[in-house]
Design a protein around this ligand. Structure first.
Ligand code: A3P
Length: 297
């Protein structure tokens, strides 16, 4: 099993599974290599929808919204998005999901199941500004003890993120990779959304999403979904839906997928020097990109 230990800036260890050069959270007792290879061979259905994100970019949030749009109501979905994550479930589980399947993944374009690419499965791609992604990711690593076995401070952890030594590897490479995929495949149906736009006006974004998915939903339903999926409502309504595995992996068995849900929490973590270092790296890595990230609203 390709379990790899990295050291943060303070020498504290953190563990990942590394499969074909990509890092994943380590799940004891699971042949993750096999699960990932099987996911890449998954068969697509005509009505599949694939939600694609870099970790901590709003996957749970958007998955809930797409599921509600498909269900045609604004009722809390009685399961969690992990149960529909192609690289985390078995092929039997994937096959047994009812249609239309709202699937999700952190894969890059070239890692997607070939059958989905061939059938041009509709993709909803959600991006979030990397400073807030970093803060969210730091808490994710701290709190998911049995996956990462990590204990360090923000300042010790940040170099891991800057170097891309985290799950899904470098945020910069990931968003650039998807930007390239969109440029090279202009006829592929990909709907790009930004977490910050969703925070700014969720109803507007839900309507645009419904249009992309070609779902004939009313303006009233979009409004109800936007309301039901506000952070505070989801934090309350999704409580207790985790299964045993997704409860036990959290420190003190307290699932915390819904942590703070704001734009700009990074300001509470980045020092002035860290922020300057980040901005410099951002400038280098994002040179020539047309992506437009907002770090505050
Ligand atoms: P924070 O840690 O900054 O709070 P993912 O689902 O991709 O793992 O992303 C998790 C991030 O999305 C967390 O960010 C989480 O709180 C936030 N989130 C979850 N539901 C949300 C909602 N309804 N509105 C806004 N943010 C939400």
């Amino acid at each position: 099993m390709p379990l790899k230990i990295y050291k943060d800036g303070g020498g504290n260890p953190i563990q990942f599974m590394e499969i074909n050069g990509v890092r994943y959270p380590y799940v004891e007792g699971v042949d993750q290599d096999h699960v990932v290879q099987v996911a890449k061979e998954a068969k697509a259905r005509d009505d599949d929808i694939l939600l694609v994100t870099y970790a901590k970019s709003g996957t749970h949030w958007t998955w809930e919204i797409i599921s509600m749009l498909c269900n045609g109501n604004a009722e809390t979905v009685p399961t969690i998005k992990q149960m529909n994550m192609i690289e985390a479930i078995s092929s039997d589980d994937l096959t047994s999901l009812a249609s239309p399947r709202v699937l999700n993944t952190h894969f890059r374009f070239n890692d997607l199941p070939k059958d989905m690419v061939r059938k041009k499965t509709k993709i909803v791609l959600v991006h979030r500004n990397p400073k807030d992604v970093a803060v969210s990711h730091f808490h994710h690593h701290l709190k998911l003890k049995s996956l990462y076995n990590y204990n360090g401070t923000w300042s010790e952890w940040l170099p891991l993120f800057l170097e891309g030594n985290v799950d899904v590897n470098s945020w910069f490479d990931y968003v650039r990779d998807w930007e390239k995929a969109m440029e090279e495949n202009p006829d592929y149906p990909i709907h790009l959304m930004y977490y910050e736009d969703m925070k700014e006006d969720l109803c507007r974004e839900v309507k645009k999403l419904a249009g992309f998915l070609e779902l004939p939903v009313s303006a009233e339903l979009c409004q109800n979904i936007a309301k039901k999926c506000q952070f505070e409502n989801m934090q309350k309504d999704k409580k207790g839906l985790e299964n045993e595995f997704w409860t036990n992996v959290w420190v003190n068995k307290q699932p915390n997928f819904y942590r703070k849900g704001v734009v700009g929490d990074w300001k509470n973590y980045f020092t002035v020097a860290q922020n300057e270092q980040f901005d410099e790296l951002y400038k280098q890595k994002m040179a020539g990109s047309k992506l437009n990230f907002r770090f505050e609203l």
